[in-house]
Design a protein around this ligand. Structure first.
Ligand SMILES: [Zn+2]
Length: 282
């Protein structure tokens, strides 16, 4: 990559690490179709996320002094308010991730607006914040979603896969662009560590990957992205990696990251504001 296409970063930093977790809890397809209310075991698998795993992740982040962004469906904020308030109190960012993890691709524009309005209401009432970020649940959206997000006061999204640098999405009829901070499946803990039954994940119920190999993969992704001066974000889920054995894996990953002194550890919100400023949109 030529230097001209590599982003600039604050101060002496040559790359940026925007650690992010999706705190889905029990929201998702099974809640949207109502089947989760007949599946207490599966509900508990999801509820473990805000109830047990999130506090553990917050303690670890305190210890390693790395800021993070938490994309949280508003239903989770409503039902585990104290755990979600702790994210904000401890200096991290909370951002939008649907109300019950709706697929925005499947919603009409007006339905998307209603979901965002509900999210804004809950975040304001329970957390006292207006979030600036959004990660689309279930991976895709409509062509009119970026404009709807700008209307809802969102300045950035972390939903796409097509680059490893933040970029601007210009939307007709809007004076400000939407910043996109793309993520990658390589940094999604579901790809190597998720395992559930009823519904089955992975669908063939293969075994999870070795923790050693997973750590090695993640460290290599970090090294490669930092060497190229890019912005790396993660699609981690506390209910997958916020368990005692896996926390040790995260601890080693963060130790590896902290060895570098040329990396800007930032929330996605900070990366978005920086990107807007760099492009003369502050
Ligand atoms: Zn999610």
């Amino acid at each position: 990559m030529s230097p001209s296409t590599t982003p600039n970063w604050p101060g002496e930093s040559r790359a940026s690490m925007a650690l992010a977790f999706d705190v889905d809890g029990p929201t998702g397809d099974a809640m949207l179709n109502g089947s989760i209310w007949q599946k207490p075991e599966y509900f508990g698998f999801g509820a473990y996320d805000p109830y047990r795993a999130l506090p553990r992740i917050l303690d670890l982040l305190d210890a390693v002094r790395i800021p993070a962004t938490f994309f949280v469906p508003a239903w989770v904020v409503e039902n585990w308010p104290r755990q979600c308030q702790a994210i904000v109190e401890r200096g991290h960012e909370v951002a939008y991730h649907g109300y019950k993890h709706e697929s925005f691709y499947a919603l009409e524009l007006e339905e998307q607006r209603q979901v965002m309005e509900k999210c804004r209401e809950v975040f304001w009432k329970v957390l006292g914040i207006r979030a600036e970020g959004f990660r689309t649940p279930s991976g895709d959206w409509h062509t009119h979603t970026p404009g709807m997000l700008l209307d809802a006061g969102v300045i950035y999204s972390s939903s796409m896969r097509g680059d490893d640098r933040p970029y601007l999405v210009n939307v007709a009829g809007h004076s400000r662009p939407l910043v996109e901070i793309p993520g990658h499946w390589e940094l999604d803990d579901y790809a190597s560590l998720a395992y559930t039954k009823g519904p089955n994940f992975p669908s063939g119920l293969d075994r999870t990957a070795s923790y050693e190999l997973t750590l090695d993969n993640w460290c290599r992704e970090f090294d490669g992205a930092m060497d190229e001066g890019l912005c790396l974000t993660t699609l981690f889920h506390p209910k997958i990696t916020g368990k005692p054995g896996r926390l040790l894996l995260l601890e080693r990953l963060f130790e590896h990251m902290r060895k570098r002194d040329d990396v800007w550890f930032a929330t996605c919100r900070d990366v978005a504001h920086w990107t807007l400023k760099e492009h003369g949109n502050d």
